[in-house]
Design a protein around this ligand. Structure first.
Ligand SMILES: C[S@@+](CC[C@H](N)C(=O)[O-])C[C@H]1O[C@@H](n2cnc3c(N)ncnc32)[C@H](O)[C@@H]1O
Length: 327
């Protein structure tokens, strides 16, 4: 008989940066120990999924225990399901973040399943759930960038020039710039978005809500751009976010990113329409809704849409984005 892992929230460092570093080191050790140095995006996808699941979940003490007790195949299924749910909550970020779930497509072989499971357990033991779930922690730190740096070899970092600015420096820069409310913040070579994090933290320190600003980010590396997209959600930067993937020295990325964003929102709206019709058919035919505890949990965890429209934005149609167009 399988032993049940009883879940107790692990003790975590008080400092969110140390907390993120502890998660990143445990993940790098688990991944490289099990799988070597390829497919790093799979390891990062697992950590990011566990972090966003905690973020969108209501306080549910049973959920980490449920996750910790899944076998390898079910754990991999859970990660895919979390991404599926997330892509419905944030269709606007799908064009950038998609690679985090397409890297899990197809039948994962035993070695990959073992490595995915091992990374997930290591991250859970270091408190990735708490880091995602507690707003005060996740608003303070670039967990995904820290994990990216930990799993990427020194040579790969050097080749890409991908040395992310320490968060204490971006914090200081954010304070020096003091982004005014309602304005745009742009980083055309954003990595995982630490400059955006610095600006958002400075806004919060001034009592401003970053969701009232526009956020533009881009990186030539698809994985960094994917993590930046997920980060904008973890940092609660709102819905006026555009993340591109292209050469930031050219301006073409902005238009292309905006076009892809809208196409992804429209695609989701098409699916929503089909789902509405299916729900109406079930109602008319008195058919029971399919039951699935995991889906029910995740569905219940979906955040309520913001009530008030933010101030006018020249780029986004705030009224439609906040009153049903996006969802
Ligand atoms: C030194 S990192 C800085 C990242 C981020 N701005 C920060 O402060 O943490 C430089 C980033 O620029 C990206 N990059 C390099 N050349 C680029 C280009 N032509 N267009 C867009 N991004 C580029 C790299 O992939 C890397 O993520």
């Amino acid at each position: 008989m399988a032993t049940i892992i009883r879940w107790r929230p692990p003790p975590v460092p008080a400092d969110p940066k140390q907390h993120a570093q502890a998660v990143a080191e445990a993940v790098a050790t688990a991944w490289h120990g099990q799988y070597g140095s390829s497919l790093n995006e799979v390891a990062i996808s697992v950590v990011a999924a566990l972090a966003v699941a905690g973020q969108h979940g209501p306080p549910d003490p049973d959920m980490p225990e449920l996750v910790a007790n899944l076998d390898r195949a079910r754990f991999a299924e859970l990660v895919k399901r979390i991404w599926l749910e997330w892509s419905i909550v944030r269709p606007d970020l799908v064009p950038r973040a998609r690679m985090l779930w397409t890297c899990l497509d197809g039948n994962l072989d035993d070695a990959l399943l073992r490595a995915v499971h091992s990374v997930g357990q290591a991250a859970l033991r270091r408190g990735v759930w708490q880091l995602g779930a507690e707003q005060n922690r996740r608003h303070e730190v670039d967990l995904l960038g820290t994990v990216l740096q930990a799993v990427t070899s020194a040579k790969a970092k050097q080749a890409r020039g991908q040395f992310l600015t320490p968060e204490c420096v971006t914090e200081l820069m954010g304070r020096m710039v003091e982004p005014p409310p309602g304005r745009s913040v742009m980083d055309p070579a954003a990595g995982t978005g630490r400059m955006l994090l610095g600006a958002a933290r400075a806004m919060r320190e001034q009592g401003l809500d970053p969701a009232d600003a526009e956020w533009w980010a881009n990186d030539i590396d698809p994985l960094a751009a994917a993590l930046c997209a997920v980060n904008t959600d973890m940092w609660d930067l709102g819905f006026r976010v555009v993340v591109g993937c292209g050469d930031g020295l050219l301006t073409a990325w902005t238009g292309e990113a905006l076009r892809q964003r809208q196409a992804a929102i429209d695609e989701l709206l098409g699916y929503v329409e089909v789902a509405r019709k299916e729900a109406a058919s079930r109602h008319v035919l008195n058919l029971p809704a399919p039951k699935d505890p995991l889906m029910q949990h995740l569905r219940a965890a979906r955040p309520a849409p913001p009530r008030q429209a933010p101030p006018h934005s020249s780029t986004f149609d705030a009224a439609s984005a906040y009153q049903g167009r996006l969802f």
